[in-house]
Ligand binder design. Sequence first.
Ligand code: NAD
Ligand code: UD1
Length: 341
Amino acid sequence: MNILLTGGTGYIGSHAAVELLNLSHDLTLLDNLSNSKPTVVEKIAEITKKSPEFIKIDLLDEPSLNDFFQNHSFDLVIHFAGKKAVGESVEKPLEYYENNVKGSINLFKAMSRHGIKKLIFSSSATVYGMRDVEKFTEDMETGMNISSPYGRSKFMIEEILKDLAASDPDWQISLLRYFNPIGNHPSGLIGEDPNGTPNNLMPIIMKVAKGEIPELKIYGTDYDTEDGTCLRDYIHVVDLAKGHVAAMNYLSPGVSIYNLGSGVGTSVKEMVEAFEFASGKPLPHSFAPRRPGDIARIIADPAKANRELNWRTTLSVKDAMKDTLTFLKKSPASRENNYIP
Ligand code: NAD
Ligand code: UD1
């Protein structure tokens, strides 16, 4: 198949590109490089021995996007492109709605105009909103009590896609709700390398290991969980990438929705222990009050994806930590604390 990946040089897009190239699909990666580097394309080629096409376009640049679609034909689009920093979205809501919602509308309009009506969209567990449940299932109501403009932009795009599919039966759309992606390709050649100060757990752990942040603060030790720290459903990004291949193989008319998660919760303390096990060294950390907006557990029920997509996670948090260490060893790092061998 001839596939377009928007946001294809980003963290998840680059891992999906590897899986799809390994299956001999033809790929074009479209990105404005606002949160990724063009060198990722060479790394993908190094891993797969195949070269995807790369095109630098901003989804907000409608004329360039239309020119591009005028000259290219695709069977399917996987739409990863978007801004994803939760805290920044609270400070700059208009930028987030414009980039994520308007950028998506521009893409869907261009696809529609050129008769490309197969789409996989990167959504997030954040659309379920803040609520205290053991596990999230796809039939639960979405849109209530979402903690950020980022999260609401994902909810809005999901709703737009439902309306689009209702208006035209030719659309085949899969909404994939990711839980917490971690890890990287085992080669260590690609991985998450965020610009600026991260807020998510794994990028912070990596910066502590590189000596760029003195310690990890574990937010909250009095949650109603076994060790008092929050539980999240961490999913290895290679498993997540394979979820896109599965979704692609089972696309059907209308909108289908899938949770992509492992179904298993891991606590923040367990994450620290898993990293320490992989590195063989203690990770500097301290305990701090709860982070506003956090809830005790966010865990997927992945049964629908297991059943309908014939997909399930095969890699563990332990695998993700091992691969993260490989990535860290290959990245230019400040080794002042000599943490990374
Ligand atoms: P990422 O930032 O690494 O990748 C996104 C890519 O999109 C970047 O390369 C960026 O340069 C590009 N981009 C952003 N706006 C663009 C625009 N207007 N035009 C063209 N390119 C643009 O993020 P990621 O972690 O790979 O996430 C991919 C998708 O998955 C995002 O939509 C994100 O919201 C979603 N998601 C991510 C997570 C996570 O924890 N990483 C969780 C749930 C959902
Ligand atoms: C966060 C976002 C969510 C988004 C997701 C993307 C919030 C409230 N939620 O979710 O909308 O979809 O990222 O992956 O921002 N932790 C620490 N110390 C740190 C950082 C994190 O203890 O320095 C803890 C957090 O309290 C949480 C866990 O680690 O319990 C995971 O945090 P994080 O990686 O930010 O993900 P989420 O909170 O699940």
